[in-house]
Ligand binder design. Structure first.
Ligand SMILES: [Zn+2]
Length: 247
């Protein structure tokens, strides 16, 4: 009898703690539903699409920038090759009056080879310049596309902020109530609650008489042995990680 009496205050504290947690969840569920609707709204989806389009366009612009750097380097390389080609063939280019047929043949062959190389170099350089001009055009189109996306994003963000403020206004008293309750709850319990809340709700669920979790249905009797004995006891479900309580 005296043992029971000594246990009473502890039991009361546990029950009051459970009541507080369940009260917190009841209020939170109302906000959660509205929050989910806000997160699943058409505008939120549009904002995500806009965001990923913006990212894709930025990536493409960066690729074009890298290609520009590479093309400019290749043009400089071509310039060096041209200088080298001219200096290597200087003797043939200067020698316009060969003294005999052999020399004339050698000069002719060298100049033909020089001309081929020069032509290839010219062709390659022209290709590079033409690609650079394409890049400039593409980049300019991308820039204006990015500007449009940016403006669209800002507009959507503004509307989403307004919606969020409306929710905050609509549930002002609930938010205040939750903040008050939070101060009385065990921070660790609150941490577990918040972690689960990100993915699923309800968070605080009943531990069934048969030893299973009422949310996921898994038998947790053995794993939680000794932890869920009396009314008001809490424990984390080892399967779905919700907070289990004994009613
Ligand atoms: Zn579970």
């Amino acid at each position: 009898m005296s043992v029971e009496k000594n246990n009473q205050p502890m039991q009361d504290a546990k029950l009051s703690s459970l009541d507080t947690l369940l009260q917190y969840q009841t209020i939170d569920m109302i906000i959660f539903k509205e929050e989910r609707a806000y997160l699943a709204s058409e505008q939120m989806k549009q904002h995500k699409v806009c965001d990923s389009n913006f990212q894709r366009a930025t990536d493409h612009l960066l690729k074009l920038n890298a290609e520009t750097v590479e093309s400019c380097r290749s043009i400089l390389d071509a310039e060096t090759q041209l200088e080298k080609l001219v200096s290597q063939n200087k003797q043939f280019l200067d020698n316009t009056n060969p003294i005999n047929l052999v020399q004339a043949n050698v000069t002719e062959m060298a100049l033909a080879e020089y001309s081929d190389k020069l032509h290839a170099l010219e062709k390659n350089t022209n290709k590079l310049f033409s690609r650079l001009s394409e890049i400039t055009q593409e980049a300019s189109q991308l820039m204006s596309h990015l500007q449009k996306l940016n403006a669209e994003k800002a507009k959507l963000r503004e509307s989403l902020t307004l919606q969020k403020r409306e929710i905050e206004k609509k549930f002002q008293s609930e938010f205040l109530e939750l903040a008050k309750i939070r101060e009385t709850l065990d921070p660790k319990l609150l941490e577990t609650y918040s972690a689960i809340r990100r993915v699923k709700i309800p968070i605080v669920v009943q531990y069934c008489n048969d030893g299973s979790c009422s949310a996921c249905g898994i038998d947790v009797k053995a794993e939680l042995y000794g932890k869920l004995k009396a009314k008001g006891d809490f424990a984390e479900c080892p399967n779905c990680h919700r907070i289990l309580y004994v009613q």
